[in-house]
Design a protein. Structure first.
Length: 213
């Protein structure tokens, strides 16, 4: 009988990237981060493992760093709306490969070089489109959190949400001007469109409206 347990990697994997790869694999295969089992995957005791990493948050950041390897925001060409749509789509494509990791990323910032590099380039693009400096970080957070939320919600039955929203009166004619993303919501519940398209488009239209674009 073959042993289906993950192979122990040995001490050569005890680098930030090695720890991140093992943690990302655990999130994908087991749906959680269990530090004793992670240490076992890496071939060390739990006490020895903590000589190489400060704690759970650092491990999660290392996993996010591996997830972001090679990820680039689009070139800041065309209009701001297209730039935001492409950026959020690329982020979602990565997050959806590890939704249980994505669920852990809401409360923490990143110091890993790969996400930092991505968000620095994203910020440069926003500035190039004339987004005021005080609003660059909030816009990034809206786009990031929307991509995260869509990835985490992959298992949600959106047909129930569509049915509920479709039966909800949005108010008098003209209210669309007051609610960012209202048109996107209406389209989403009246068609079989991808739920990510719904939340992504609602987020982008909300940002554009608040920026007066």
């Amino acid at each position: 009988m073959s042993d289906a347990r993950p192979r122990r990697q040995g001490k050569a994997g005890l680098t930030p990237d090695g720890i991140g790869r093992a943690a990302l694999a655990m999130f994908r295969e087991e749906g959680e981060l269990h530090i004793p089992r992670l240490a076992d995957r890496l071939g060390v005791s739990q006490s020895a493992f903590y000589k190489h990493v400060a704690g759970r948050l650092e491990i999660i950041d290392c996993a996010r760093g591996v997830l972001f390897e090679g990820l680039e925001p689009p070139q800041p060409e065309g209009d701001l709306g297209a730039y935001l749509r492409t950026t959020i789509s690329r982020m979602y494509a990565r997050y959806r490969t590890a939704p249980m990791l994505a669920a852990q990323l809401y409360p923490q910032t990143t110091v890993h070089r790969e996400p930092y590099r991505f968000f620095a380039a994203f910020a440069d693009g926003l500035i190039g489109f004339g987004v005021p400096l005080p609003l660059v970080l909030p816009v990034q957070q809206v786009i990031d959190f929307t991509a995260l939320g869509a990835a985490v919600g992959m298992g949600i039955d959106f047909s129930i949400i569509r049915t509920t929203v479709a039966a909800t009166p949005w108010g008098v004619a003209g209210d669309e001007e007051r609610f960012a993303g209202m048109e996107a919501a209406t389209q989403a519940v009246s068609t079989d469109s991808d739920p990510f398209e719904f939340v992504g488009e609602a987020a982008v239209r909300g940002v554009l409206q608040l920026l007066g674009r």
